[in-house]
Every structure is written in structure tokens, then in C-alpha cells.
Design a binder for this molecule. Structure first.
Ligand code: SF4
Ligand code: MG
Length: 318
């Protein structure tokens, strides 16, 4: 379970001082072990901020980030910080930027093992690196090459091998395939699914691509301007989206089931995340908004098997 909790995390400070990133507030979710929760939303909704907060790349300016009830910052500052670091890993969007171009692939994959003191004997490290590369469909020969000798899809597989080095339980994947050609995206996603099944990995999977989410997720959390507006099982969400924003997102995707449903463009633009609208921050774009919506912020509540934050649903208007 994660809680990025009140008191209001209005702004989240990046490690670089004085640079603000997209705000998130009151985001809490549970991910059952071995399952995938996908976070979706338009850019600027705070998805990447949640990811970076969870792995400790950003420090919250207020409130806490907790994992299994324990404050992650406190944990990272304690003696068993290594235990948390080994349990969590992150896979980034851009495999070009996230691999050190001057290091050979073997060193890149071995770094977390050495840094965390998981293995110290050179022969063991070498064997483990070969194993990790094989696990993602490469070979131990590739350990002696540089990242530029690989394609984008192969580089992302190298990032995955590196992320798996310390045998983590939980992977935060921030748009892991969106920098890749469509033709190699599926390949990388399938490797991730296989590894999840084999190793019982738990994923927080961040994407703006609903087709990718449909392929990967068990549960889906829809974010809008730093808040969760709907959390539902994948099938429920795609079959019966509840929140007006979720409906808008789904209406904008091509009709993959050929039901004859018209594709509707996403209406309006995302407001400035540093100055979100009052009440329900979706109200300027919502066809069901009333005066209550601009005055009062709806709370995420259980409605049947899903969680939704919307006055109109609560009032039974939609
Ligand atoms: Fe629309 Fe109001 Fe529901 Fe927000 S709370 S999504 S504005 S109906
Ligand atoms: Mg992002």
C-alpha cells in the first residue's frame, strides 16, 4: 500500500532546488502482490511525480510517502535503507538517457549488485550478469558491449535486467515503452509480463497509452491534476468507465472492438497544474458540472466494485 497523503502535498520539490514538478495530493492505492496497477492520465497529471516520489527520487514538500505503513524517507535514512532499495526498482521511459553511454553493459547491470553489496565475488557477479541478460532475451556476450551498439528495444531490456539485478519485488515503470517504435513495444511489454509471472513481481505501470494499459494492467488508476479520480479493475474500467474524465479518455481512443462507437476527441486542455481549478478540478471540462462541482472537491469513494470521485455519480445524476 502507498499513501502520498495529506496534509496537502501541494508541490513537490525536485532534487534540483527551486524547480517545481507536477503536484500530487492524497494519492493512496493498494497493489496486490504479483499484480499491476496502471496509472493513466494526460501529461501533467502527476503520474511521473508519483513514480519518483515512491522510489525516493523526489522529496515531498509536505506529507508523507509510505510503503507498507512505513514512511519511505525515514526508511531510506535508516540503517536498513538498503532493504528498501533492494525491494524497489524503477524503469524509466528513455533507455537512451538512463544507461551510461561510457559504461559497458555488464558494468551497468552489475552496478546495483555491487552498490547494494548483494554480491562481491567477481565470478559470482559475472555469472549473475549473464543470467540477468539471458532473462531479458540477450546473452552474456552482450555484457562486453556499449549501450550504443544496441537498438532501443534492446536497451530497454538492458534497463530491465539492471532493475532486476537486486531481485526486487516491486517495479515502478514510468512509460517504459513510449520512447520505442510500436513494433518493438509489444516485445518489451511481453517480456515484462513473462518476468512478472515467473518472479511474482508487482508493477506500478505508468502510461498515457490506453492500449498499453489494457495489455498490462490488472487495476487501473485514473489521475487528473494530481489526484486519483477513479480506481477500478481493468475489465470494469474499459467496459463501464464511471468518471466523466475516464469516459472522455476512453471515448478518444479508436474503437478497437468495432462496435461502431464514434471516436470523440478529448475536450479542452489540462489546466495549469500549479493553479488547479477550485472544487472538482475537472469541472471546466466536464459536461455534468454543477455549482457544487466548482465549490466542493469530490472525495474518492467506493461505488460498487470501483472507487470514484464525482458529485454527479454520488447524486445519481449519471
Ligand atoms: Fe464533473 Fe462534477 Fe463529477 Fe467533477 S464532480 S467530474 S465536475 S460532475
Ligand atoms: Mg511523465
Amino acid at each position: 500500500r502507498f499513501d502520498v497523503s495529506p496534509p496537502w502535498l501541494n508541490r513537490v520539490l525536485e532534487r534540483k532546488p527551486k524547480q517545481y514538478v507536477h503536484a500530487v495530493d492524497g494519492v493512496s492505492f493498494d497493489i496486490p502482490r504479483g499484480k499491476t496497477l496502471a496509472l493513466v492520465g494526460e501529461s501533467g497529471c502527476g503520474k511521473s511525480t508519483v513514480a519518483r516520489l515512491l522510489v525516493g527520487l523526489y522529496n515531498p514538500t509536505g506529507g508523507t510517502v509510505a510503503f507498507d505503513g512505513r514512511d519511505t524517507r525515514e526508511w531510506l535514512g535508516s540503517q536498513d535503507a538498503g532493504a528498501l532499495r533492494r525491494r524497489f526498482q524503477m524503469i524509466f521511459q528513455d533507455p537512451y538517457a538512463s544507461l551510461n553511454p561510457r559504461w559497458k553493459v555488464g558494468a551497468i547491470v552489475a552496478e546495483p549488485l555491487l552498490e547494494q553489496g548483494v554480491l562481491t565475488n567477481t565470478a559470482d557477479v559475472e555469472a549473475r550478469v549473464g543470467e540477468l541478460l539471458t532473462m531479458v532475451g540477450l546473452s552474456s556476450v552482450d555484457a562486453g558491449k556499449y549501450p550504443h551498439q544496441f537498438s532501443g528495444g534492446q536497451r530497454q531490456r538492458i534497463s530491465i535486467a539492471r532493475a532486476l539485478a537486486t531481485a526486487p519485488e516491486f517495479l515502478v515503470c514510468d512509460e517504459p515503452t513510449s520512447a520505442l517504435d510500436v513494433s518493438v513495444q509489444a516485445q518489451v511489454l511481453n517480456i515484462m509480463k513473462e518476468l512478472q509471472a515467473q518472479r511474482g513481481l508487482t508493477y506500478l505501470f505508468i502510461s498515457h497509452n490506453l492500449a498499453v494499459v489494457r495489455h498490462m494492467a490488472d487495476q487501473v488508476g485514473v489521475m487528473y491534476l494530481g489526484r486519483l479520480v477513479e480506481v477500478a479493475g481493468k475489465s470494469e474500467l474499459f467496459a463501464q468507465p464511471r468518471h466523466p474524465y475516464t469516459r472522455m479518455l476512453l471515448d478518444a481512443i479508436p474503437d478497437i472492438h468495432m462496435t461502431g462507437r464514434q471516436r470523440v476527441a478529448v475536450q479542452g486542455e489540462v489546466p495549469n497544474p500549479l493553479n488547479p481549478p477550485s472544487g472538482c478540478s475537472f469541472h471546466p471540462r466536464c459536461p455534468h458540472a454543477t455549482a457544487r462541482c466548482s465549490a466542493e472537491r469530490p472525495v474518492l469513494r467506493h461505488q460498487g466494485g470501483t472507487q470514484v470521485a464525482c458529485h454527479a455519480i454520488e447524486e445519481g445524476r449519471i
